[in-house]
Design a protein around this ligand. Structure first.
Ligand code: DOR
Ligand code: ZN
Length: 439
């Protein structure tokens, strides 16, 4: 149930953006009401909840613009409730869930149902992404305008999992969406180049005899869409950018004044095709894990702002779909509860980014892209209390079975990370505290 906003919360002893001295943060009526040096707040409102931040990092609540919560249709792997719990534990206060459900989110009724259900559960704001085409068939456009006008105010459209391959359909989608300021988020994959492919086209897959997915399958669609978006004066977004060539195309598009944005997944920043010799189906993902030179280019693009944000592409699958022959495994891996830890390891612990940068790529920028006015806000008095506290030195080991998701297909099983979200707050209410979800 949506909780009332009349309770208060004192978060003691945290460092906003991991900078400067520790402060105490008082939250009242869903907003930040005071930020003071530690110990200055002596009289607390009645029934005030308290949390000792122990000097940890305070960030705005994380926002993930690309998850798959599998409801309706595949509730055996994830539901809006279990996915919201995973999001809360991962430090997220808002997620966008993709429309490749059964049935597909190609109509306003379903979009509103998902939005309302997320609000009832109340652990995280769950925004439905509308499909671009009816039934993800790539032929007829969905009722994007109606979904946009409806209660869920859908403003992000994608056929994710599939590419809108037909350039005429793509052009019409861009023109239609531009009419009401919505964004078309493309899963860039020229599928005539990837038929039967199971791994990245590099020396590793060649050695293992795996059928290969070339970088050009992604890049040729990104290049085409840049030109289509330019002509339609439309907003185009690249889902899960995975190649160094895509990074170069993004740079070029911006020199042409095209409104293009892009996301990168934690797995494309950290993992690469060196894991393929395990033949472990949990590493099968679309687009596939590339090479270390791609990891490097994607990391640099995130630092430079060429790639706008991180998105997990959290993709739950049952064990029968991942604990099998690599060639038969389903594409996709869990991401919500490990995303922050990976970004900390790859970008912060290496000195490539600060916590303030993490706030930019995991909260502020994604909220801005999608137009979520109450997310990704500054840590300041009067702002909505959508917050997360991160312990940079928690030290923890990933176990798929212990994650809140119904599925447990994490590629990080047994890996140790340092950073972990320890408190998540949605509009002033604690949704997860020290790993425990608070319904
Ligand atoms: O690996 C993936 N899994 N990539 C996609 O684009 C879709 C997703 C899924 O739905 O499982
Ligand atoms: Zn996806």
């Amino acid at each position: 149930m949506q909780k009332d906003t009349m309770t208060s919360l004192l978060i003691r002893h945290v460092r906003p953006y991991g900078e400067g001295d520790t402060v105490d943060v008082l939250v009242e009526d869903g907003c930040i009401s005071r930020i003071t040096p530690c110990g200055e707040i002596t009289s607390l409102p009645d029934n005030c909840d308290e949390y000792d931040g122990k000097g940890n990092v305070l960030l705005p609540g994380l926002v993930d613009i690309h998850v798959h919560l599998r409801e309706p249709g595949r509730e055996g792997t994830e539901t809006i409730a279990s996915g919201s719990a995973a999001a809360a534990r991962g430090g997220f206060t808002a997620v966008l869930t993709m429309p490749n459900t059964k049935p597909v989110i190609d109509n306003n009724n379903l979009a509103e149902m998902i939005w309302s259900k997320g609000q009832e559960i109340g652990l995280c704001d769950v925004y439905p992404v509308g499909s671009i085409t009816v039934g993800l068939q790539g032929k007829e456009l969905s009722e994007m305008g109606l979904m946009n006008k409806g209660k869920a105010h859908v403003r992000w459209f994608s056929d994710d999992g599939k590419c809108v391959n037909n350039p005429l359909v793509m052009r019409r989608a861009l023109e239609y969406a531009a009419g009401f300021g919505a964004t078309i988020a493309q899963h860039a994959e020229e599928d005539r180049l990837t038929e039967g492919a199971i791994a990245h086209e590099g020396p590793m897959a060649a050695k293992l005899g795996m059928k290969r997915w070339p970088r050009a399958a992604e890049e040729s669609i990104v290049a085409r869409d840049i030109l289509l978006a330019r002509d339609a004066h439309a907003r185009i977004h690249v889902c899960h950018a995975s190649t160094k060539g895509t990074v170069e195309l993004l740079k070029w598009a911006r020199t042409q004044g095209v409104t293009i944005t892009a996301e990168v997944t934690p797995h494309h920043l950290l993992l690469n095709d060196s894991v393929l010799p395990t033949y472990n189906g949990v590493y099968r993902v679309n687009p596939p894990l590339r090479e270390d030179s791609d990891n490097e280019a994607l990391q640099q693009a995130l630092v430079d702002g060429v790639i706008d944000c991180v998105a997990t592409d959290h993709a739950p699958h049952g064990s029968e779909e991942t604990c099998c022959e690599f060639a038969k495994a389903a594409n996709g891996m869990l991401g919500l509860e490990t995303s922050l830890a990976i970004l900390a390891q790859v970008m912060v612990e290496t000195g490539r980014m600060t916590w303030r940068d993490i706030a930019r790529v995991m909260s502020e920028r994604p909220a801005e892209l999608v137009g979520l006015s109450d997310q990704g806000r500054p840590l300041a008095v009067g702002e909505p209390a959508n917050l997360t506290v991160i312990d940079p030195d928690a030290g923890w080991k990933v176990h798929g079975e212990e994650l809140a998701s119904i599925a447990s297909n994490t590629p990080y099983e047994g890996m140790e990370f340092r950073a972990r979200p320890v408190l998540t707050v949605l509009r002033g209410h604690v949704t997860a505290r020290d790993g425990v979800v608070e319904f």
